[in-house]
Design a protein around this ligand. Structure first.
Ligand code: 1CP
Length: 354
């Protein structure tokens, strides 16, 4: 089926568009009252992810409110470690936790590479259900965490601020960490390819914690494995290219190396000027980003001014997907998100006229 709105896919491939496409990281979530209602109906977060109808419902909720140019699969990056047998659970107000942590070479050796159609079949069902629900309106983004980012949760046992356990493994037993990252890279390749076969029209890899590494460790322990993933992905499906976006939060120093992996687009957080980013890598890849999510607390005029500044920074021509530099905060008023999305479309037209 022909997509009614394919701006997002076109911009990732630097093909001409009428206006700059926009979506928001974490666009389905707790800042929306209707999300909270559906989540309450599901019981808990994982039950929501495992119920294809409800996962589809929350994926579509932000699209009913805002003129978004893409939908993102409702799931989580921690589904892979869960499928490896670590026992993911959510402590109220504390974020994700694991029953079993990875703390030795033996623990790494025992980990299986999950078969996505088996242990992660619920994700593929959600992808298929969402594609039907979207009815060709906008493309569906599939996603995964990067091996490094997944490993931080598996070794720390949950969220972390200082990353001492995984850094200890990195410096005291690098072989075990490399074995873990390699297994995760293989798992992510299978998982993303299964999402693509199930109907994801583009995929994004979230490397939320790559930015806590030294430049050399970033290359060896994070980027190397994302590069392996890019090499292993299906790049064309349903007669169209399937663009891949790599996002390392705080990765502005390393844009050239990220772009050199062969990905189609690089995600930017707000700590880098998009004009500088375009000058450095814009001939090679598209860019996604990069408004500070906290700007959505501001008055409408201030949000529009910021959108205008970022559009001006990127400048003329295709190759920019507007987004926040990280996930939307849970106490942002939904009206402000609407101001943001509408401003991108309204103010960007002038940059796409030849
Ligand atoms: O309802 C709830 O209480 C659960 C909150 C929640 C939600 C809405 C979690 C738990 N995950 C999600 C969905 C989610 N997670 C999506 C869905 C689609 C969308 O964007 O609308 C996506 C893409 C993610 C990705 C994700 N999960 C990342 C990478 C992106 C990022 O924000 O950096 C990470 C690091 C996670 C781990 C995770 N899962 C949930 C939470 C609260 C966290 C973060 C924990 C931490 O900060 O360490």
């Amino acid at each position: 089926m022909q997509l009614k709105n394919d701006r997002y896919l076109r911009a990732l491939l630097k093909q001409p568009v009428d206006v700059t496409p926009v979506w928001m990281m974490r666009q389905a979530g707790r800042y929306l009252p209707e999300y909270k209602a559906t989540r309450a109906e599901a019981g808990d977060f994982m039950s929501l992810c495992k119920n294809a109808e409800l996962a589809c419902e929350v994926t579509l909720q932000p699209l009913r409110r805002f003129n978004l140019d893409a939908a993102i699969l409702f799931s989580d990056i921690l589904t892979i470690p869960d499928a490896m047998g670590l026992g993911l659970y959510f402590e109220t107000g504390e974020g994700p936790r694991f029953q079993h942590v990875i703390d030795s070479a033996a623990a790494v050796a025992q980990l299986p590479v999950p078969d996505p159609e088996q242990e992660l079949g619920y994700v593929m069902n959600a992808v298929r259900t969402i594609r039907k629900g979207l009815n060709g309106d906008v493309p569906l983004i599939g996603f995964s965490g990067s091996p490094w980012t997944l490993a931080t949760y598996m070794v720390e046992g949950g969220s972390s601020k200082a990353f001492t356990k995984i850094k200890k493994m990195m410096y005291a037993d690098p072989q075990s960490l490399h074995a873990l990252l390699d297994k995760l890279a293989d798992s992510v390749i299978l998982y993303l390819n299964a999402q693509i076969k199930a109907g994801a029209q583009s995929v994004m890899v979230f490397d939320t914690w790559g930015g806590v590494l030294t430049p050399r460790d970033y290359r060896d322990f994070s980027l190397q494995y994302m590069h392996k993933i890019v090499d292993g992905l299906i790049r064309e499906n349903e007669g169209r290219k399937v663009p891949v976006t790599l996002f390392t939060k705080n990765g502005g120093m390393w844009l050239e190396s990220i772009a050199a992996t062969g990905c189609d687009a690089v995600g930017l957080d707000w700590t880098i000027n998009i004009a500088e980013a375009r000058a450095r890598v814009g001939h090679k890849v598209a860019l996604q980003g990069n408004m500070d999510p906290s700007m959505l607390y501001a008055a409408p005029e201030r949000i529009e001014q910021e959108v205008d500044g970022i559009l001006q920074g990127y400048g003329h021509g295709s190759g920019h997907v507007f987004n926040l530099g990280h996930g939307i905060h849970l106490d942002v008023p939904p009206e402000n998100a609407k101001v943001f999305v509408d401003a991108v479309h309204k103010l960007s037209r002038q940059y796409h006229q030849d």
